[in-house]
Write a protein that binds this ligand. Structure first.
Ligand code: PLP
Length: 364
């Protein structure tokens, strides 16, 4: 717990920490938004006040993430998980291939959905290695006739992250749920990028989809209206009632990212934060061991074990007692995980690194 502002040392994997400044701004505006006499949640999604919030968030995201004009930006619902289904539903035909690179549990789930619509192929997987690493980009061999290539840019559960993206002929589609806006990305390399908001962008309930316009023309048409991308691109994500409060919060988070100095600054902060914790692991003489191989380490989710299993339980218990939240690894992996998304302050990461070093000194 930070004693000055009473905020927990929050390392939750998702939903996760939001910037304090954003929460305070939202609190300020909660009861009476922009002198409307009501909260943003109580007004029509067709009102001028809401439309300004909605379009403001789209414009800010386009500018911050340098999204070219030939891409549409959508705010959808159903989480990243619904995108696992919508992608093959829109872009895959029966009997047609799509290439999936498996780097963790989320990519497995994405592949599973695609099997309902076509013949997706797992062209590479690091499962045998317990998803400790991302395959070398130079080793990837794509199918010439694949409808698209799907990757997971950051593996939230295993703590690995792509450092370099592959060149593909087929449209490259990336699940960036847990590292979108953590660094600059060349969006023009992708056919589509999607992300549930609850890690780096805002509260749960909004899913950001960035989609190249030419893909929409090739999409399947015999699918339910709400599950068709073109329904949402044709209506500026206002075909039905959007998650208005979530979109408002997303806009506030984007203002905060701007105020931090943009994505280069955010990336430098994220590197400095992660280094504190990775250094505590690397300088521990094996007391702590990282799960990911060094070349694949995530700057967003730091996965590690305490070498002794009894001590690991004690580490997690003492960390909890000291005010650290969310350090238990995902139930499928075990161990420890510190999620250091954009909004997790440097001093929170410093507090954890100091705690790790002190715990080791006490127990070795
Ligand atoms: C959290 C997460 C998901 C699932 O997101 P939902 O919004 O809960 O559907 C998918 N992919 C990745 C990489 C994630 O981190």
């Amino acid at each position: 717990m930070n004693q000055t502002n009473q905020r927990a040392y929050n390392f939750n994997a998702g939903p996760s920490a939001l910037p304090l400044e954003v929460l305070e701004a939202a609190q300020q505006q909660l009861v009476n938004f922009n002198n409307s006499g009501m909260s943003i949640m109580e007004m029509s999604h067709r009102s001028a006040d809401f439309e300004a919030v909605h379009n403001g968030a789209i414009d800010r995201l386009r500018k911050l993430f340098a999204i070219p004009e030939n891409y549409e930006i959508l705010f959808l619902q159903g989480g990243a998980s619904l995108q696992f289904s919508m992608i093959p539903m829109n872009f895959l035909q029966a009997g047609q291939k799509a290439d999936y690179v498996l780097t963790g549990a989320w990519s497995e789930k994405a592949l599973k959905e695609a099997k309902l619509f076509g013949e997706p192929v797992a062209i590479a997987t690091t499962k045998d290695n317990n998803y400790k690493n991302i395959p070398a980009v130079s080793d990837l061999v794509f199918n010439d006739d694949a409808a698209y290539v799907h990757i997971t840019s950051n593996n939230t559960i295993f703590g690995t992250q792509w450092k370099q993206f592959p060149e593909t002929n087929a449209p490259l589609i990336a699940d960036m749920s847990s590292d979108i806006l953590s660094k600059p990305v060349d969006v023009s390399k992708f056919g589509m990028i999607y992300a549930g908001a609850q890690k780096n962008l805002g509260p749960s309930g909004v899913t950001v989809v960035i989609i190249r316009k030419d893909l929409l023309e090739k999409a399947n048409t015999n699918i339910p209206t709400m599950l068709k991308y073109s329904t949402h691109t044709d209506n500026n994500s206002l075909y039905n009632t959007p998650p208005t409060f979530g979109i408002y919060m997303l806009g506030e988070v984007l203002k905060w990212v701007e105020a931090q100095g943009g994505l280069e600054k955010i990336e430098a902060n994220n590197e400095a934060k992660a280094k504190l914790i990775y250094d505590a692991i690397d300088h521990s003489n094996g007391f702590y061991t990282g799960h990911a191989t060094e070349d694949s380490r995530s700057l967003m989710n730091i996965t590690f074990r305490v070498a002794d299993e009894e001590l690991e339980k004690q580490f997690l218990a003492e960390a909890k007692a000291a005010g650290f939240v969310g350090l238990n690894g995902h139930r499928s992996v075990g161990g420890c995980r510190a999620s250091t998304y954009n909004a997790v302050p440097y001093e929170t990461c410093k507090a954890l690194a100091d705690f790790m070093i002190a715990f080791q000194a006490k127990h070795s």
